[in-house]
Write a protein that binds this ligand. Structure first.
Ligand code: ADP
Ligand code: MG
Length: 230
């Protein structure tokens, strides 16, 4: 599903440059649940943003579901991003003045899905994450865990091939974190390919494979026995 080969990325600030990814190689097969671990500043988000086509590598190869991802024009890139990828962020990134239902439905609007179908899908995915009764509530009326569930429903609504989650439990207490991981495990059980960036060992242990990043290189990449969240 994901194949990357010798990815490099540097950031340039004036005359300084910071070499963040120094030759990253890894593949993710369909149906995997992988965590990317590493201390703060190790390049986890940089890598995830490249995989998510939110940023481009300086060199190296990236194939997503067999499609080469490089030098795409913005229109094609946006099309692939919408079709292939769903994003979940630490800070939820919900729109505050829209209801849970409208937040989930919004990306479908940008994909040209008709209103009735948008609402039906949004409702379906809100129910799937256990928030059916909260459909008409604003984010400010929801707990952190509920907000992240809305964000997960939004990411799922377009049935992406891969879910990319950057510290999805980073703003949540331990109990709520495990509930969110239980949901992520359930989605993976149904076959969805999922990458989770985290710096917490207990969260990484709930995935099936841990990729350890340090100083811009992968220092370990191992299958683990998955700890179930419940
Ligand atoms: P992580 O997610 O593992 O904490 P990041 O990928 O966010 O790490 O950042 C890796 C390094 O790159 C850090 O030193 C960070 O300060 C730097 N960095 C990240 N994004 C930018 C940027 N847009 N411009 C300059 N430096 C950046
Ligand atoms: Mg980060």
């Amino acid at each position: 599903m994901i194949e990357i080969n010798n990815i490099h990325k540097s950031y340039h600030m004036g005359s300084n440059s910071l070499h963040v990814l120094k030759g990253i190689n890894f593949n993710v097969k369909e149906g995997e649940l992988v965590s990317i671990m590493g201390s703060s500043g190790s390049g986890k988000s940089t890598l995830l943003n490249i995989l998510g086509m939110l940023d481009e590598a300086d060199s190296g190869e990236y194939r997503l579901d067999g499609f080469p991802i490089s030098n795409l024009n913005e229109k094609i890139a946006a099309k692939y991003r919408n079709e292939f990828l769903g994003f979940i962020f630490q800070s939820f990134n919900l729109i505050n003045y829209k209801t849970a239902l409208d937040n989930v439905a919004l990306p479908l609007y940008y994909q040209g899905v008709k209103r009735k179908e948008r609402i039906d899908k949004a409702r379906h995915y809100l129910e799937k994450v256990g928030l059916g009764p909260w459909a008409n509530h604003l984010p400010s009326e929801l707990s952190g865990g509920q907000k992240q569930r809305v964000a997960i429903a939004r990411a799922l609504a377009s049935d992406p091939k891969v879910l990319l989650a950057d510290e999805p439990t980073g703003a949540l207490d331990t109990t709520t974190s495990y509930e969110v991981m239980e949901l992520i495990q359930g989605i993976n059980d149904e076959g969805k390919t999922i990458l989770v960036v985290t710096h917490e060992h207990d969260i990484a242990n709930m995935t099936k494979r841990i990729v350890n990043l340090k100083d811009g290189v992968i220092i370990d990449d191992s299958l683990v026995k998955q700890v179930r969240a419940s």
